[in-house]
Every structure is written in C-alpha cells, then in structure tokens.
Design a protein around this ligand. Sequence first.
Ligand SMILES: Cc1cc2nc3c(=O)[nH]c(=O)nc-3n(C[C@H](O)[C@H](O)[C@H](O)COP(=O)(O)OP(=O)(O)OC[C@H]3O[C@@H](n4cnc5c(N)ncnc54)[C@H](O)[C@@H]3O)c2cc1C
Length: 298
Amino acid sequence: MELKIVVLVKQVPDTKNITGEAMKEDGTVNRIALPAIYNPEDLNALEMALQLKDRYGGEVTVLTMGPPKAAQVLRESLYRGADQVALITDRRFAGADTLATSYTLTAAIRKIVPDFDLVLCGRQAIDGDTAQVGPQTAEKLGVPQITYAARIDSLENGKITVRREFDGGHELVRARYPVLLTVVETANEPRPPKAKKMMALKNAASEFELIDRLKKYPEFTDIDTLRNYLKQKGFYIPIVTADELDIDMDRIGLGGSPTKVKKINSVVLSGGELKLFETTNESVRSLINELVEDYILG
Ligand SMILES: Cc1cc2nc3c(=O)[nH]c(=O)nc-3n(C[C@H](O)[C@H](O)[C@H](O)COP(=O)(O)OP(=O)(O)OC[C@H]3O[C@@H](n4cnc5c(N)ncnc54)[C@H](O)[C@@H]3O)c2cc1C
C-alpha cells in the first residue's frame, strides 16, 4: 500500500525569546521581530509520517501557511526526508485566526493532495497554543479526527488503529481513512536532518528567494533559467496564493477571523518564598489553613 500523507507544519516565534516588539498595533504578531523555529510537535508529526512511509511506502507532502520566510521550515522538512512541499502564502492570509487558517489549509490540501490518506498535524502550536487548527481542518475536510496520537498500532484494510495519550491515561481508537491525526511530542524522537540532503538542498528556494539565489548561482544570468534549473533539480519550493485556491476571499486572513488577539504579555513565572513544613499533623493542618486563606484550596 502506497500512502499519500500530508503534514501541516507551522513556523512559530521562538516563544522563549518574546520581546516588547512581539505585537503590532493591530494585535497581530510581529513575526519579523522574533527568531522563528519549527513548531516542536510538528516535527513529531513529520517523523510519524516518515516512519509510515518507511514501513508502507508512499509520499510525504509538507504544507505550511505563512509569510515568505516560512520557506525555511519546508527546507528543514526536505532535509529530513519529505518528498514534496508547498508554501501557502499571500498577504491576504495575514492575521488569520484558527477558523481562517483551517479554512485556507483545507483548500490547499484539496488542491495539492486531493486523494490524501492521512493528514498529520502537531497537537498544538507553541504561539497560539489553541490546538484548534487540526480538529477544525478535519471538520472542513469531512474526515474523522484522532487527536493526541502517540502511536499507530495498525493500518490495514482501510482502517487505522491509534493509541491516544493524554493526562492520566490512554486509549486505542480505530477509524477508516482518510483521517486526520494530531500528534503529541511523546510520539517519537524526530530524526535529525540528513547532512547529505542539507548540502544538496540548502539552496532550495521559493519564488521570493530567487533573486537572493542568483548571487549563489553566478552561472545563471536571469531568474527564469534559474527557476527552471531549480525545478529540474527538485530544489524549487512552490508557492500557492489565494488566487490559486478555490476559496471565498471573505473567509481568509484578518477579515475572515472572528477572533482577534488583543494583546499578549510575556509572563515570566519566578519562584516565590520557600516555606518548609514538618510532616506532623499539626504542621500539615496549618499548611492547609494557609492554602485556604490564600484561596488556593477550598
Ligand atoms: C498569543 C496568541 C493567541 C491566539 N489566540 C487565538 C484564539 O484564541 N483563537 C484563534 O482562533 N486564534 C488565536 N490566535 C491566532 C492563531 O495563532 C492563528 O490562527 C494560528 O494560525 C493557528 O492557531 P494556533 O497557533 O493556535 O495553532 P494550533 O491550533 O495550536 O496548531 C495545531 C497544529 O495545526 C497546524 N497549523 C497551525 N497553523 C498552521 C499554519 N499556519 N500552517 C500549517 N499548519 C498549521 C500545525 O500542525 C499545528 O501544530 C492566537 C495567536 C496568538 C499569537
């Protein structure tokens, strides 16, 4: 069985480095000001896809919706073994909440891999932290969803059996595919990028990066011949704009987003006063009283 697997990945601000410039006046994230990384659980989703391909054969397609610089997570996906990638990018997608994001991603999946067997997402993105895009995309694709996927136990006769893991337990769930899974960080250890692939693909470029690449390929005098060369070599990162998707323009980007992020604060939790208690009944009683007084208990 050859599987058609789509992996949705997001480039996220490295939230460990949030600065005052993080937010723009209009409440959207100032992505330019923050170092960008591959969303951690999306690496687990990609690893699960690559393990399925190793086991059953097939093709892994990685999609991301984001600004031009998000091409970097697609290059990193190619370094790890993805077969094809696409950058879903357009100024009209900017400021999208989860509703508009899942709407756009659904249209992109339908255009690029209409006969998919599996869509794999991370459980959650570390910036919005909503864990909503996976389930919303499944809903719009009209396929079953299995969230918190930690392991695929079997894949046969059109059915998939998945072990879900969540606080305090796990369960085995079976569904017919096509199906969408959201993957947790405990699912696997993402394989490192292959050095040979990194050397070969480091110059893989999207349309936005061609001018920059011309400097690296002095033998090419113009963008068109360079683009054709990169396409032949499989180093061309295709972009998909709003005009190439079967979508209602009122349902994308900030305009298509009922949720607006008003403000984000960088909250740094610091250790407070440390108090030691004896393990005597008396002492435990006074600890409980204190917790009740502080409205932590009761
Ligand atoms: C601090 C903050 C709070 C926010 N709060 C809300 C809110 O309450 N409601 C709301 O609707 N929006 C909210 N947003 C906007 C939201 O972040 C964006 O809509 C975002 O594109 C998707 O939501 P998420 O980051 O929560 O992703 P999640 O739903 O947590 O992402 C889950 C998975 O979906 C896939 N995915 C998510 N985004 C993309 C993408 N752009 N391209 C490809 N795959 C993707 C990835 O596999 C990811 O692991 C918030 C943004 C910020 C920065």
